[in-house]
Design a protein. Sequence first.
Length: 182
Amino acid sequence: MKGFTFIELLVTLAIMGIVSLLSLPLAHEWSMKHRIDRTTERLVHLVRTARSEAILQGAPVMLCPSRDQKQCGGHWSDGQLLLLDPFGSDTVTANQLLRVGSKIKKPISISLQAFSKGDFLLFQPQGYEQQSNGTFVIRSKSVNTPYERNIIISGTGRVRTMKSEGICYNSRNADKNARVSG
């Protein structure tokens, strides 16, 4: 007789179940890394769009966080606005609004560090960022995913990304366990 016995099938199912349980944390980690990478790509695209729109329009363009997608203010994870010549009036008009960035789902967070004059980016018509160098930090608030991406914007408007894997660490020590890309 050819075939499998009931015991052989049970042993096979038990082994498959154990392997599946062991791979679940890895699948969660992979999924979180993928979400952080996609969030980073969307934000890099917004920053590059802000710079190119400032050059094309010949006017300042601001990228700012927005909790209601109608005016600046809030946290970067709430959403973002791309505004043309933002200092023309106190309210955002349809002519000023270039693009609306999407809200970021938890547990991913975005923070902007090292800019000296506020929680926004302002690109001048020449393409440079008005304030200074700065970094967006995109990370998971989940304890089990020690992974973050940094978007580094120079004063000249150049954008690059940095990946960090391994130990969670304070972003002031960003040179540890980091690989520069882009």
